[in-house]
Design a binder for this molecule. Sequence first.
Ligand SMILES: Cc1ncc(COP(=O)(O)O)c(C=O)c1O
Ligand SMILES: [Zn+2]
Length: 396
Amino acid sequence: VSVILAKCSKCGQNTPSYEGVFLTVCPKCQGALLLQYDLKQISDLTPRNVFEERDDTFWKFIEFLPIQSENIVSLGEPYTPLLQFPTSYGRFFRNVYIKDDGRLPTGTFKARGMAVVVSKLIELGVNKDVAIPSAGNAASALAAYASSIGLNVFVFMPKDVPESNLKECIYLGAKVRLVDGMINNAAEALRKYKDEYGWVDVSTNKQPYRFEGYKAGAFELAEQFNWDLPDNIFFPTGGGEGVIGLWKGFKELSELGWIEKIPRLIIVQSSGCAPLVEAYEKNQNEVEKPWRNPETIAAGLRVPHPYASYLVLRVINETKGKAMAVKDSDIIQSMKAFFRMGIYACPEAASTLAALTKLKEEGHYDSEEKTLLYITGTAMKYFHLMKMNNDLAYHA
Ligand SMILES: Cc1ncc(COP(=O)(O)O)c(C=O)c1O
Ligand SMILES: [Zn+2]
């Protein structure tokens, strides 16, 4: 493993990576830590063509992950499909691609982060209970990975979490606490207990390992695109760890000289909870106060006050991306459109097509550019929500 140190994304201070210690946040300013590797050494020892000859699995680029191969905890993570947007749907979306992470274990991209962090726990010999506050899918993924190796999982979720996530966690054997309010309140509730019970907290953006799983997604994508990435990537964003991890991957690929161009990262939120969009539009460096009355069917995007908002905004600005908000009604229309293409995109993910459609309607979409819509999860978990909206069913 060639992690040299962990660098604070906020104040820039380096923390030694201390073999044997589970890192959390910057000791000085509580900023999110990003692991730093000796990239040159890795690629000198293992050139790109050697990686390319390996099987297509999530673990293909293991040298760029903070774990040794003997410590991998796997539920069988495939390379996820990279599809071309069907031309029959719309001739205007000629150069559009779709990455479908709904095919990962537990049906969402959250499996990437949890595969890495749970493997790291094994590597460090941490056999304590693990805990997480979650809007739903992160909890399911943690419950699956951690319970597969016999760890106890404690989950704190908003009490109106999607029913499927709740059932999934319970069937996976996690101990679930339902909390009044949003994910922020769930995080507060967890904080009260975790020291007393000695739980390892694997919260979003509060440890550096989960980013690395999304980074592996960046490597996977780059290889699938034959090292020539799209101009734009639309990514549904709540807490932001997915888009941060992807960006970190692109930066490392660029530093390695494996890619030339880093895509513009266009984050998409629901207009019912769009704190990052608001901060972006006001040119702020971070989300200053929580979004009031967050409401959206895209549960994973209901994050009123993202912990690492400063970093998401930096990612957008650095890649010359954008932050866009779309209405839930447009999200539902986009889900239907995806269904007709055979793609079961969850509401969070369907927001990407809603955003692309909006850009096109506004005349800001360049069909000569290559664009990717990142599908972060499957619709299978959300059928009960679609019925609740009474949108797809007619009463006889
Ligand atoms: C399906 C899905 N997509 C997107 C997101 C947003 O991810 P992030 O918190 O990494 O921004 C979530 C978060 O829970 C999710 O479950
Ligand atoms: Zn710091």
